[in-house]
Design a binder for this molecule. Structure first.
Ligand SMILES: C=C(O[C@H]1C=CC=C(C(=O)O)[C@@H]1O)C(=O)O
Ligand SMILES: [Mg+2]
Length: 461
């Protein structure tokens, strides 16, 4: 097996009382399949895996096993708690130039105050892990790191075992031919609470006409039953093959897999520079190039969608104004076209003030009016009352941060959760005064498509 040893290091980490040691060993390996690496963890690490790929496909991350878990059930302070725990764990780590560092991957649920029972029962409000085996593919190079966080001073034997398992995983992932996976066979499909959703949209749009709020994003869910149990490499393989223009993600916790293909960045930080994107306002793709262009032109000039969009721009710009030395934002939105849908899109970027961190930005930005509404607090109360579901990680910040404070979070839309032989898909849309229930309903159908397709469901095409 071709692999180049890069370095092994050890640091004393954690709060003083914890007395923890963080052992890291990184090797560079010949190009391998990220999905095959993930799949190689099927028997040993099921329920403790994650997969992430950025929109540009320049960064792929896979985690198998848990070296360390940071989770909590806080509300407002949950972002600070995760940040503090992560800083404590990594403060003594010596950074090796040009090599991936330990990465913390996970998400914050959409709304800790939602107590609706369902597939998210028992899921922490913040859930982050450092993988035992971390695969990073970037700049055409692949790196596999072993992470061990332990209170044992002499971990040589344990580490030797970890190396053997690492070599097995690498070997399994250096496949010549990629495995192909069948589509799941669906046996039942249920648009849950469709009537209630239509009524909620009416009700919320009336509230907005009465000036009780300016914009509120209302979502619904769809249930699919399958003949057999589905594995997470199986669904991820379809998402990877079918949704090239999006952030691709999968996060397992026990018997739940949450996965999706989101076009929307919440925030990315690279060396003190921050990037966000306002994505709100939608229309379907056209069947021909001309029809597609016409639909796009209409979207760029449609007051209802421009209204939906502007709320997001205003809020993200305010957040950047507060956290940045300088920032820039284009005057007008442009189009973001993905496989099934086109959106209004405005990128925002800025140079961060020294005290601003990625997790503080996530805290300030979540939920943007593309997922929550305006005013934020009123919108969240309306959502809690109007939606008969718990969003869990749907529409929530999901992503990663490293020890230097670089990282990226997407908003986990176009997503679904999977347990045994059942999947629940999520989609919503921004309701404003001009919203009509039927066309909002149709917009959610388009937004369900990516996950519906990945799961072998019927398509309204
Ligand atoms: C809430 C969702 O989409 C948001 C992102 C882009 C466009 C949206 C819209 O036009 O309504 C939504 O704000 C979803 O896909 O479930
Ligand atoms: Mg919309």
């Amino acid at each position: 097996m071709d692999q180049k040893w890069l370095h092994t290091t050890e640091a004393e980490v954690g709060s003083k009382s914890a007395g923890l040691h963080f052992y890291i060993e990184t090797v560079e390996v010949n190009r391998l399949s990220a999905l095959a690496f993930y799949a190689a963890g099927e028997s040993h690490f099921k329920g403790k895996r994650f997969f992430w790929q950025n929109r540009e496909k320049t960064f792929t991350l896979v985690g198998l096993g848990h070296a360390h878990v940071i989770e909590n059930n806080g509300n407002e302070n949950r972002f600070d708690e995760v940040e503090k725990a992560w800083m404590e764990l990594t403060k003594n780590i010596v950074k090796e130039e040009k090599e991936p560092q330990p990465i913390l991957f996970g998400g914050f649920t959409f709304d800790p105050q939602n107590d609706e029972s369902g597939e998210w029962d028992g899921f922490p409000q913040s859930y982050f892990t450092v993988a035992t085996y971390q695969l990073v593919i970037q700049n055409d190079k692949a790196y596999v790191s072993i992470h061990l966080v332990t209170d044992q001073l002499d971990s040589r034997d344990q580490f030797e075992q970890l190396r053997m398992e690492r070599d097995r995983l690498i070997h399994a992932a250096q496949v010549k031919e990629l495995k192909t996976y069948n589509k799941p066979v669906m046996v039942n499909y249920d648009e849950r609470n469709k009537e209630q959703y239509l009524q909620s949209v009416e009700m919320v749009s009336n509230l907005i006409q009465d000036k009780k709020a300016e914009k509120v994003v209302i979502a619904r869910s769809l249930l699919m039953d399958f003949e057999d149990e589905i594995t997470s490499p199986q669904v991820l393989s379809h998402v990877i093959n079918e949704q090239p223009e999006s952030y691709l993600f999968g996060l397992e916790r026990n018997d739940l897999l949450f996965f999706g293909a989101s076009p929307e960045r919440l925030v990315k930080v690279v060396n003190g520079h921050a990037y966000s994107s306002c994505v709100a306002g939608s229309v379907k793709r056209g069947k021909t190039a001309e029809a597609d262009q016409m639909l796009g032109e209409e979207l760029l000039n449609d007051p209802k969608n421009l209204g939906e969009h502007q709320h997001v721009v205003n809020m993200i710009v305010d957040t950047f104004a507060k956290n940045c030395i300088q920032y820039k934002v284009p005057k007008k939105p442009r189009l973001l076209k993905i496989r099934d849908i086109q959106h209004l899109f405005t990128p925002v970027e800025g140079t961060l003030l020294p005290k601003a961190t990625i997790l503080q930005l996530v805290k300030d930005l979540h939920p943007t009016p593309a997922l929550g509404g305006v005013p934020r607090k009123e919108a969240l109360t309306i959502i809690r009352n109007a939606e008969s579901m718990n969003r869990g990680l749907y529409a929530a910040p999901l992503g990663w941060v490293d020890a230097e404070g670089n990282g990226e979070f997407a908003v986990a839309i176009r997503s679904a959760s999977l347990k045994d032989n059942k999947a629940i898909l999520y989609a919503g849309g921004g309701i404003v005064a001009e919203s009509e229930a039927q066309s909002e309903y149709e917009e959610t159908l388009v937004k369900f498509r990516p996950m519906l397709r990945a799961l072998g469901g019927q398509l309204h095409e």
